[in-house]
Design a protein around this ligand. Sequence first.
Ligand SMILES: Cc1cc2nc3c(=O)[nH]c(=O)nc-3n(C[C@H](O)[C@H](O)[C@H](O)COP(=O)(O)OP(=O)(O)OC[C@H]3O[C@@H](n4cnc5c(N)ncnc54)[C@H](O)[C@@H]3O)c2cc1C
Length: 442
Amino acid sequence: MTTLSPEPISIAIIGGGISGLLLAHALLTRSSFITITVYESATQFGEIGAGVGFEPHFVRIMNHISPKIREGFLRCCSNNGPETDPPKWFDVRIGDCTRADAEGVVHHRKDGRKVRLSEPLFVVPARKGERGGVHRAHFLDELVKLLPQDICQFRKRLVDVAEAADGSGDAVLHFADGTTAQHTAVIGCDGIKSRTRELVLGKKAARPVFSGKYAYRGLIPMHKAVEILGEEQPRTSQMYCGHKGHVLTFPIANGTVMNGMICTVVAFSSKDEWKEAEWVVKTSREDMLADYATWTPTVQAIMIHMKDPDIWALYDHLPARTFFQSRPRICLLGDAAHATTPHQGAGAGMCVEDCYILSELLAAVSSADGLEEAFRAYDEVRRPRSLKLVETSREAGMLWEMEGSHGNDMDAYERNACSRMNWIWDHDIDADLERARSLLRE
Ligand SMILES: Cc1cc2nc3c(=O)[nH]c(=O)nc-3n(C[C@H](O)[C@H](O)[C@H](O)COP(=O)(O)OP(=O)(O)OC[C@H]3O[C@@H](n4cnc5c(N)ncnc54)[C@H](O)[C@@H]3O)c2cc1C
């Protein structure tokens, strides 16, 4: 008697950003039963040059996915300068003069000590372990190296997905160039402006929402940052807070660590509406400085020396009612599922968590029918946590910009700032995986 071997599962990953490439590698290393094709709308993999930070919790999950991902991360990681003991996430200072009294005091401590503008107010502690910032393009290069070239197709903008007419339940993908492709399932890793999200949730529910915040992003050569801030500050992460604005500086490696370091600046501001069609626009130095007219000379000097600053409008997603659909099979992952503002620095970290859970579940599936159950288990475990990040990240934006519920109570401000990342960084992802597996078994 001959046994028929099951039909292999073919997965189309839409989008070759951090999520798409991590997932492709995760699936390739876990299952020989699943074939993968990555469809990317751009002509090549690439990222706008900007930094992204990963805390130890997320680096550990990179290692769970595959030690090669962690190694690639460490190769391009700045390690955020010399590690302090205990490690620091950010030194927080007040940089907005309107928050100080006539003597420049921003906080009277209970012990009688006065904290002035630009002086350290408190430190938000980080967790011990490998952590740091990477230039996105460099991290993406490391991920590309892990994939066989023939699984990636470029200039393939997904426009539609229909159910196959052959009764298989497969997805037929339609691309902007007029071509089509048939796969068992589609995983949408196509970012905040996701087409797959529109297909699963409908146009209205999929639409990104302006968060009321925008950010100037640019770089300062390290020697200039040292002139402005002194030897030590630019080599660790700094946050200057004020009313409706906050400014972050942190080091990232310039190409390789051998080429030296540059200091990244992200300066946030607020407005009610974003009227431009584009989300990343050029700005004039005058407009940028006008936003920080009431801030300290140090903050203004940082802004003056930013090279080629862009403005990024910060959008996020409304909570999705589901991350998947059954016919045709589509599942959302990363920013396509839960794009967030960056105020807790964990959006890409959530992509890493998604990839870990989904790839483990898919590796346990042995037929097309099992895919839906894997998507359901992923949805149940991942949706509450990732949507909580979107919500609390907006709150963090209000906190850093002194619009939070603490009012003028700086002790409450500090307590909130120093504890709000615990649920993100101290999470037991393997307990989630165990729960997802048992949902799949059920
Ligand atoms: C200012 C800022 C700072 C941030 N800082 C941090 C940080 O410090 N730490 C952190 O963890 N996170 C951070 N994030 C969040 C992080 O950048 C994102 O969560 C992450 O990059 C999302 O990756 P992704 O692959 O899901 O989506 P994307 O990076 O958006 O990738 C989507 C890919 O899909 C492709 N694509 C889109 N549509 C189609 C289509 N129709 N067909 C085919 N291909 C398509 C795109 O070309 C792109 O390559 C920050 C975000 C911002 C905006």
